[in-house]
Design a binder for this molecule. Sequence first.
Ligand SMILES: [Zn+2]
Length: 155
Amino acid sequence: MDGDLDAEDVKALRMAMQGLQGSGWQPPAQAAEFRPQFADLESWVNGFFVLTFARTADQRWCAAWWDHAEAMLRLEALWRTWEVAALDPVRGMAGWIREHLDPNLNVLFGANGPFAACTPEQHVRPQVLPVTPPPDGWWSSSQQHWWDVLGEADR
Ligand SMILES: [Zn+2]
């Protein structure tokens, strides 16, 4: 494995992202009347995120953010929680900044974050983590697993 995403990897990522988008997620309480301010993630990133959070020269970002699975996951989470936070005009954004934005910005813009290999001029397609198939029988019921150990601790 060379670590590059191939067509099957891209297909699997797209299916996972579509699963998130089609998961039936609804904001709490006011779901029946809720209308997001932005129609989709791309609108939120282009219409809010990139206009608000441009920082210093050492900030990592990629113009092809949509081709970074981790960034997509984090930005999708930020957009959804932002939409819900906007429903509370007093404390919504303060809580969103503290609980969701700051931890994710540190990762997104960080030197070891999802855009670490990209530069403003060049997008580098992300790699996938290597995996090795487990030995035969690894997942069988005779194998001791962490959840077995936890069950024993309760007895
Ligand atoms: Zn990139």
